[in-house]
Design a protein. Structure first.
Length: 196
């Protein structure tokens, strides 16, 4: 026969294990789609821009949904259907930035976009820039709206380095002419073998 004191300890341990398991399961099934879970972590436009780039790179065929002005661009707002914890989203976004720190938002027919892409190609950059041809997407106007909101630039090319716009074609040509482009790209974590 089990003594009452030992029985009490066994029951307390069993109840504690049950509660820990239940709380863990509840945390795993929590719906992280509401803005309250995201506002503290990604209320930063730079991080929202990095999230937008992540979605464009890893969900390329998924059209961006329309959101109201001022709405936080969380994964759910950007159309990502899987439930992702904020910490996991941040990890994925930062991994994408490390893979492709340089992003060029462009239009295939725009002479300024072509010029900027040609200049960057002469610098033989590694990793290569991630090019988003906005005019080839079904959500061109929406993408322009988000880029304007997050970068303050409404035109292409819009060149992003580590989640921040460094300008357009005229801006990078100006940096190239003053020999500031190569160091700027290298400071951004890119290997630059050019200009060629």
């Amino acid at each position: 026969m089990i003594q009452p004191k030992k029985l009490f300890l066994y029951l307390a341990a069993a109840i504690s294990c049950f509660l820990v398991i239940q709380l863990g399961l509840k945390a795993q099934t929590r719906d992280y789609r509401s803005a309250k879970h995201w506002s503290a972590l990604i209320n930063d436009p730079t991080l929202q821009l990095k999230g937008l780039i992540h979605v464009l790179k890893h969900y390329p065929d998924q059209p961006l949904p329309e959101v109201e002005d001022g709405t936080l661009l969380s994964p759910h707002a950007l159309g990502v259907e899987e439930v992702i914890r904020p910490s996991e989203w941040i990890r994925r976004v930062m991994a994408t930035e490390k893979e492709t720190p340089l992003v060029v938002f462009s239009k295939t027919y725009c002479p300024y976009s072509k010029s900027a892409k040609n200049l960057l190609a002469r610098y033989d950059i590694d990793p290569k820039p991630f090019i988003v041809e906005t005019n080839l997407r079904n959500d061109t106007l929406l993408l322009k709206k988000y880029l304007t909101r997050l970068t303050g630039r409404a035109t292409v090319p819009n060149i992003i380095l580590n989640g921040r716009s460094i300008g357009g074609s005229d801006d990078i040509y100006s940096m190239a002419n003053t020999h500031d482009l190569k160091p700027r790209l290298e400071e951004g974590g890119l290997v630059v073998r050019g200009p060629a």
